[in-house]
Design a protein around this ligand. Structure first.
Ligand code: AMP
Ligand code: TRP
Length: 327
């Protein structure tokens, strides 16, 4: 069975973008792959985090994984920091990475733009992400469009390691959905929907109440035209809403267009809000049940134990190949 690895940062409340671009695909892949899904806390601290918030968000994101449909009996769900081998391999891969490669990363450019002081962790973060993937020799990495560049670097680092130290790592492939790999902000369709955007109206959080969801969708920016047509170049806002509709209803983009042929934005947005609410309501119910049951901590422990076994084997092999003196 092929191996799958992915991670989501506990740096804010998960959005519909995280769900459509990543989480939904984790759920699909778990049935016929060996899966590891992490809450990547070591990545989250590359920008300042309040300790109490980090703790709460970490548990919340893990519970959302399960609420979204990841079955801990099928896939390992765990905290990145509980599998210490990630940080160790991360350091080794950092030494194989050039400054120039890291300077070209667009996520780094975006996150550091206009900042007076930028942490070194934010800069070297892609080498840690490469370690996350390579420590399990993952075949497939389900992510949204914005992570493609990090995946390319991971493949470059795997190739570099193999040519220096012997063929060891497989080349991981990104698994990027054809529709929904980049859900855009509700207030500005030139930016991706993000959990760290200062305007909460720009995103739908997975735990937003039905009324918040209705309000946010009714206020979402649209162009001054009236046709519900999928045309990202000329109608980016409406196209984004059609994408969300399609992903939450299971209808294709063409089916959504056909359903609203000749109708205006008002009824379309109203229905869209109900489609999103009915997608998220059962997830929210499961989320609250899981949090109340307190079971998430033991799920995380079991996930970390199983993941550590795979990770330790890789780390030992890599240490040997790189010439570290055995313990
Ligand atoms: P992050 O929130 O940066 O930890 O992202 C976690 C996962 O969600 C990654 O695979 C991202 O590519 C994906 N993701 C984040 N935002 C979006 C978005 N607006 N549209 C699609 N995928 C997204
Ligand atoms: N860098 C990813 C993000 O910002 C999160 C992440 C960390 C990740 N490690 C990973 C994603 C490994 C896939 C595989 O969204």
């Amino acid at each position: 069975m092929k191996r799958v690895l992915s991670g989501i940062q506990p740096s804010g409340k998960l959005t519909l973008g995280n769900y459509i671009g990543a989480l939904k695909n984790f759920v699909t892949l778990q049935h016929d792959h060996v899966c590891n899904f992490m809450v990547v806390d070591l990545h989250a601290i590359t920008v300042p985090q309040n300790p109490a918030d980090l703790r709460e968000q970490s548990e919340s994101v893990a519970a959302l994984f399960v609420a979204a449909g990841i079955d801990p009996a099928k896939a390992n769900v765990y905290m990145q920091s509980h599998v210490r081998q990630h940080a160790q391999l991360g350091w080794m891969l950092t030494t194989l990475t050039s400054m120039g490669e890291l300077e070209r990363m667009t996520q780094f450019k975006d996150k550091s733009a206009g900042k007076e002081s930028v942490g070194a962790g934010l800069f070297v973060y892609p080498a840690l992400m490469a370690a996350d993937i390579l420590i399990y020799n993952a075949d497939l990495v389900p992510v949204g469009e914005d992570q493609k560049q990090h995946l390319e670097l991971t493949r470059d680092l795997a190739g570099r390691f193999n040519s220096r130290y012997g063929d060891y790592f497989k080349m991981p492939e990104p698994y990027i959905p054809k529709v929904g790999a980049r859900i855009m902000s509700l207030d500005d369709a030139s930016k991706k929907m993000s959990k760290s955007n200062p305007n909460p109206g720009s995103r739908i959080a997975l735990l937003d109440s039905p009324d918040e969801i209705r309000k946010k969708i009714s206020r979402a920016t649209t162009d001054s035209g009236r046709e519900v047509k999928f045309d990202p170049a000329n109608k980016p806002e409406v196209s984004n809403l059609i994408t969300i509709y399609s992903q939450c209803s299971g209808l294709s983009v063409a089916e959504v267009e056909a359903r609203y042929d000749g109708q205006m934005y008002g009824p379309f947005k109203k229905d869209l809000a109900e489609v999103v609410v009915s997608q998220l309501e059962p997830l929210q119910q499961r989320y609250h049940d899981i949090r109340e049951s307190g079971e998430i901590r033991s799920i995380l422990r079991q996930g970390a134990e199983k993941a550590s076994e795979m990770a330790e084997k890789t780390l030992t092999d890599v240490q040997q190949l790189m010439g570290f003196l055995p313990y």
